[in-house]
Design a protein around this ligand. Structure first.
Ligand code: GLN
Length: 478
């Protein structure tokens, strides 16, 4: 009988013929079928993944070389292009659109023998924190179906949470991997800006977007990150060093942790979450690590800066959806070209995406550009400088991932600003380009999980992964 604990032991068991890739895929397909009501997947590749599993079993049986992700069952968010498969960014404007090429990450997964089992639900164009802004409807949190799984990569998080795949990919522009990981009680990693190619990732805000990974244990994230990172001729923003590997290694004996007093003391933070983080900080000091409490006065500028810059970039990126070249086209009453554009975009995009396009267009408009866009760029620069300074004397910043546990379904409707404000702890890493991971250490008295967020200096994913392993081993209360 198939069961999964991590990729390394899965590989040993395949070699020992304890089970086959076909059995693994059958197991996940069955779990997907049984939990269809969670709405985590928008497409499931049943026949195709079984066929690929069969081929892999055959190749292994013939003693052919096996890839680093041999038979690993992965799901991907509906913003990542998989050749000849539908990709829609959960938007009506891309209804029925098929990818013409593989995203670099997809190509790298396939080259190492991974099996892509399906495409996961998300917020439209990755804009949101609840997975409720999807043309396919909301995804539910498997731990409590009255709660959201978080967003925007909610489907990818639930796919891992509820055992519908081994690992999954999402995208993180302002927290969309870490926040759903926090709400679902799993691990979510956003690597540094420039660690993973975004070629074939549908753009939301290009100076923030990064592909991220969900899993239930740190070693699985190491496997995936080792395969998908590294330079790519198709994306000039990827760091120009060769692909790195991230083998398991023990955490440093003495880690210099930093904590922002203004983050832990923030009025929006649930007191129980604050206590949980303070308690871990205390235990880390008792274990011989250092803790530096920093006064970080910029905390309340972070969310406005993010929403000005990300919507500005989104308004530009999404201008390509004009009804001419892609997806949805309005066919009635188009008396002139302007009306045609207006109708196609008004009918094709959902409410939240339209709100952001309008906000982004406003902050870029003549007369407001300096007051909003330029100002926000200045704040971003100051944030980057301060962050560099912090990491000259500290290894890891600890923070909550989200100020509360998972929101109740429907609670976001009508109050987008309160939902934006809940991004306070995640958007910092995207504004500064540093890597961050949410580690599921805690359980709230309301029954929902929450995580501890770790952040390190740019391109030091290794220390995050080592520290996350150490924390999971020593301090997990789940
Ligand atoms: N909550 C953030 C937003 O709505 C997250 C977006 C993301 O990371 N894709 O913009």
């Amino acid at each position: 009988m198939f069961s999964f604990s991590n990729i390394s032991s899965y590989h040993s068991e395949l070699q020992a013929a304890s089970f086959t890739c076909v059995e693994a895929v059958e197991f996940y397909l069955e779990n997907i079928r049984k939990q269809q009501h969670l709405n985590a997947f928008v497409h499931v590749f049943e026949a195709e993944s079984l066929e690929r599993a069969q081929q892999l079993d055959c190749r292994r049986g013939n003693k052919e070389a096996t890839g680093r992700l041999h038979g690993v069952v992965i799901a991907i968010k509906d913003v990542i292009c998989y050749k000849d498969h539908t990709v829609t960014a959960a938007s009506g404007i891309l209804k029925g659109f098929k990818s013409l090429f593989n995203a670099t990450v997809v190509q790298r997964l396939l080259d190492e023998d991974a099996i892509i089992i399906g495409i996961c639900n998300c917020d439209e164009f990755a804009m949101g924190s609840t997975n409720e802004n999807s043309v396919y409807g909301a995804t539910k949190n498997a731990l409590n179906e009255t709660k959201v799984p978080g967003g925007s990569s909610g489907g990818s998080a639930v796919a891992v949470q509820a055992g519908m795949c081994m690992v999954s990919l999402g995208s993180d522009t302002g927290g969309s991997v870490r926040q759903p990981a926090d709400f679902c009680g799993i691990i979510g990693l956003k690597p540094s800006y420039g660690t993973i190619s975004r070629h074939g990732l549908i753009a939301y805000a290009s100076s923030f977007d990064q592909i991220g990974i969900f899993g239930k244990n740190v070693d699985d994230l190491r496997h995936i990150l080792s395969v998908i990172n590294g330079m790519d001729d198709h994306d000039s923003t990827v760091a120009q060093f060769p692909a790195r590997v991230f083998p398991s290694s023990p955490a440093k004996k003495t880690i210099r942790f930093a904590s922002f007093q203004n983050a832990i003391g923030h009025s929006s933070l649930d007191p129980e979450i604050a206590e949980g983080i303070k308690d871990i900080a205390k235990k880390l000091v008792q274990a011989g690590h250092k803790l530096n409490n920093i006064d970080f006065g910029l905390i309340d500028f972070i969310v406005p800066t993010y929403y000005i810059l990300s919507t500005a970039e989104a308004s530009s990126n999404l201008s390509r959806y004009d009804g001419v070249r892609y997806g949805y086209r309005s066919t009635s009453g188009n008396k002139d070209l302007a009306t045609f554009y207006k109708k196609s975009r008004s009918e094709g995009f959902g409410k939240e995406v339209k709100r952001r396009i309008m906000l982004g267009t406003f902050v870029l408009s003549e007369g407001y550009y300096d007051a909003y866009f330029t100002k926000a760029q200045q704040v971003r620069n100051i944030l980057k400088q301060q962050t560099e300074k912090i990491f000259s004397a500290n290894d890891i910043i600890i923070m909550p991932t989200v100020p509360t546990t998972a929101f109740t379904q429907g609670a976001a409707a009508g109050d987008p600003v309160s939902i934006y404000l809940a991004d306070i702890y995640t958007v910092y890493a995207n504004l500064t380009g540093i890597p961050a991971i949410s580690v599921p250490l805690f359980k709230h008295s309301n029954g929902m999980p929450f995580g501890l967020q770790l952040l390190s200096k740019r391109f030091d994913e290794a220390i995050l992964l080592d520290c996350a392993t150490m924390l999971m081993q020593n301090y997990s209360s789940n």
